[in-house]
Design a binder for this molecule. Sequence first.
Ligand code: PLP
Length: 393
Amino acid sequence: MDTYNRLPLKLTRGKGCWVWDDRGNRYLDAVAGIATCNIGHSDNALRRSLTNQLNKLQHVSNLYKIPEQEALAKWLVDHSCADKIFFCNSGAEANESAIKLARKYGHQRKGIDRPIILTAKASFHGRTLAAISATGQPRYHRGFEPTVEGFEFFAYNNWQNFESLLQKIEKDGPRIAAVLIEPLQGEGGVNPGQKDFFIRLRNQCFKHEILLILDEVQTGMGRCGCWWGYEKLGIEPDVFTIAKGLGGGHAIGALLVQNHANLFEPGDHASTFGGNPFACRAGLTVAEEIEKRHLLPQVSARGQQLREGLLALIGRFPKLLSEARGWGLIQGLVLQENTNITSQNISKDALNEKLLVVPAGPKVVRMVPPLIINRHEIRKLIKRLEATIDKQI
Ligand SMILES: *Cc1c(COP(=O)(O)O)cnc(C)c1O
């Protein structure tokens, strides 16, 4: 169906941070399947482990114990604040699970009839009906009303706005079950969360017994130079969701909870494919490879290099570019509001320079390359982006 505005490019092969089209042209990939191919394309370790897994067992039901799922769950528990995991297949599904969990928490723990979840304006939580309803951008709702009820929106990083919304809703008693929020807004324009906002938010959630749920679908699994975006904010969520980078390009998502939020019982939630041996093997291999190759400090260093390159571009094109922002290897180059150029133009024109970048809203060019990108490749990325912008004038 006509659900995508596709670029005129047919990719057929990849290796590391590079992809080739059907005519043999080579592109530097700063999209990485939108922040998913964390250890690059056609990685040897991933190929080997998935080939082994295909030769052994691909899929069984969650009617049975699945050792690969248990191993990945253990890895995640050992490397985060979470104690328990539910596996699914995508970011939207992980958020669906979190929304169901929040509602159950509201009913069961707080005795709320119609629990409310607070989410941020300019957020993005996925495309299922509950996930678009949680998404604080009207353009995702339009044409699909009625949206799922029980969501209220506050301005991201805006404490006053959050507080007044909370007071307004709770003036006749507790009705809020959870806050669902991204540590850094990805699709909404690569907008990092502010530490003081999130620390206050964390305290307020403790005080009012509101679950703090972080959507780490884009920020998780090392993208920010640490395993989880929340580490950048000096807080720990009660619940968080992950997907994109977890499978290194294979479909997997997860809901992660601390013990006190471990509320699902048999029959509450399920997924046929969720946590299958193949997907979990992918997740486990990606996690182990990021550790083995000590990629996290690399992500920070390469992110810093990219950021410096972007700042130099802003210095060179101050009429077109206004800001560079992000954490680690999720960086956004913000275009000046008062120009005609859009992030869509830049993404399209970058193809001529053999570079892949992706818009995050109309005015932000997003770069989310594989976490294995090296110094030399970052330099090329900046050069190619510079050539793209130079041709806009
Ligand atoms: C991509 C994304 C989603 C949706 O993930 P899908 O796998 O496309 O369903 C949800 N939340 C955030 C923050 C995302 O970046």
